[in-house]
Design a protein around this ligand. Structure first.
Ligand code: HEM
Length: 457
């Protein structure tokens, strides 16, 4: 039925699924060593998933994205984000919705948010006490959640904001370990038998979130929206070619999509960046030197001279390279969204039949020795010495599904790192290496990276 598939992993599909959930990187390493840059796993006995880490083949896939069902391949995310989520759409509806949601996360519009990003980072960092240990990932999640609440939901104060914030954090943290993440992959665990089952608790929180979002949408309808720059406002104002507005359910699903896709990912990457910056003192020194070159008081207090603009910070070459190298070594998603073949296609000399799922793997490409010598070494300089194509380096995926927030995420990372480094002196609280572990659909640092503040700058 699926024709000749490349390098099929022979172990039972249930075992492959467990490995994929518990240790997606070890699993990929093991079979790429054995089979090279294309092999087939079976997470389900009826459905082959072909993992691909050959840049040429990935280019062929990204350039033919219209031949695949991609929304359908994200069905596992539906219980979290709802069926109207951009991630689950395909075809014309996907294109329309992307066109609508893209502008706030790109170009000049994005720079409006820069001030908010720096303020939020400064406010969270100002709570750290000298000598106190804190978990970087938790602190970064506080920052990125606050930013997404302001930018997407337009919420920064009031009763609804105070209710929504802890509820969202608790809801998201329900899949913070491989074991707890397994409920997203195994339907058998998706039983809503009240609050004594993990799934039931998750669903209860989700219902509370839905109610709060619905109340916010209804209240907005009665308010004057002049001057509002948030994405919710934009979604409420938009009309399609037939003059139809988005329904409340559609708006709610997109809000949760942007929230889930947009803040966990950035928080995790920031935590890894802080880890590497403080693991290798020369990286921190180079960054500080570069930041200081922009002005005596890099960020914040303007009394000593002119304050660098967000654009100046975003253009700093070494800071950019540090963010690129972090995204290379620590891809938040082990592979891009699954691409399900609709009708037979030829990729890398193989003919793939309808129903086969193709998965370009970010992790294996980012660790190819021929592209990244000493791939396990954090070396931002490699991005200053060489340019990589969109098929050799793609932390944000590619083709028609390239991450909607890629520009926003990179701006946020640079501004948050610049703010933190210019204001505080930090060191790692522990000397031992931090490992990656599954957190929902993403990969995050085990233990979250513990840091101590040793002083203020
Ligand atoms: C470091 C941060 C981030 C990383 C590493 C990341 C990574 C990714 C990846 C790998 C994809 C799949 C692309 C593909 O299959 O080709 C994706 C999709 C997506 N991302 Fe991001 N992302 C980040 C931040 C954000 C932010 C800040 C937002 C929005 C505010 C966002 C919104 C989305 C959305 C909506 C999609 C689905 C796009 C579609 O289906 O058309 N992401 N992201």
């Amino acid at each position: 039925m699926f024709g000749q598939l490349p390098n099929c992993i022979p172990s039972p599909s249930w075992w492959q699924l467990i490995r994929w959930i518990a240790d997606p990187l070890g699993f990929q390493d093991q079979y790429s060593r054995k089979y090279g840059d294309i092999f087939t796993m079976w997470l389900n006995p009826l459905r082959p998933y072909v993992l691909i880490s050959n840049p040429q083949a990935i280019q062929e896939i990204f350039s033919q994205d219209s031949k695949f069902t991609i929304g359908g391949g994200n069905i596992l995310a539906e219980p979290l984000v709802g069926q109207n989520s951009l991630m689950l759409l395909d075809g014309d509806r996907h294109r329309r919705e992307r066109k609508l949601l893209m502008p706030p996360f790109h170009g000049d519009r994005m720079l409006i948010y820069s001030q908010q990003i720096c303020q939020v980072a400064e406010q969270v960092a100002s709570q750290w006490q000298v000598g106190q240990v804190f978990v970087a990932r938790t602190a970064m999640q506080k920052i990125s959640l606050e930013i997404i609440l302001q930018v997407v939901f337009g919420l920064s104060e009031g009763k609804r904001y105070r209710q929504l914030k802890p509820l969202l954090t608790n809801w998201i943290n329900m899949t913070d370990s491989p074991l707890r993440s397994s409920m997203l992959f195994l339907q058998v665990l998706q039983k809503d038998w009240g609050t004594w089952t993990p799934w039931g608790r998750m669903k209860q929180r989700q219902r509370q979130i839905h109610e709060l979002l619905q109340a916010e949408i209804e209240e907005r309808r009665t308010q004057d929206s002049t001057g509002r720059t948030d994405v919710l406002n934009l979604m409420m104002a938009v009309r399609d070619e037939d003059g139809q507005a988005m329904t409340d359910t559609e708006i709610r699903d997109e809000l949760l999509t942007l929230l889930l896709a947009g803040h966990e990912t950035t928080a995790t990457t920031l935590a890894w960046a802080l880890y590497e910056i403080h693991r290798q003192p020369y990286v921190r020194e180079k960054l500080l030197h570069e930041l200081d070159s922009l002005g005596s008081d890099s960020l914040g207090d303007d009394s000593l001279g002119s304050q660098p603009t967000p654009l100046q910070i975003a253009q700093l070459p070494y800071l950019t390279a540090v963010c690129q190298e972090t995204l290379r070594m620590y891809p938040v998603l082990p592979a891009v969204f699954p691409r399900i073949v609709q009708s037979p296609v030829e990729i890398a000399g193989y003919r793939f039949e309808a129903g086969t799922t193709l998965m370009p793997t970010i992790y294996l490409v980012h660790y190819r020795e021929d592209l990244y010598p000493n791939p396990h070494q954090f070396r931002p300089e490699r991005f200053l010495e060489r340019q990589y194509s969109a098929f050799e380096y793609f932390p944000f995926g590619g083709g028609s599904r390239r991450c909607l927030g890629y520009a926003f995420a990179q701006l946020e990372m640079k501004l948050v790192l610049a703010t933190i480094l210019s204001k505080s002196q930090l060191v790692l609280a522990e000397n031992k290496p931090v490992k990656l572990q599954r957190r929902g659909f993403t990969l995050a640092p085990m233990g979250g990276v513990r840091l101590v503040m040793t002083g203020k700058r």
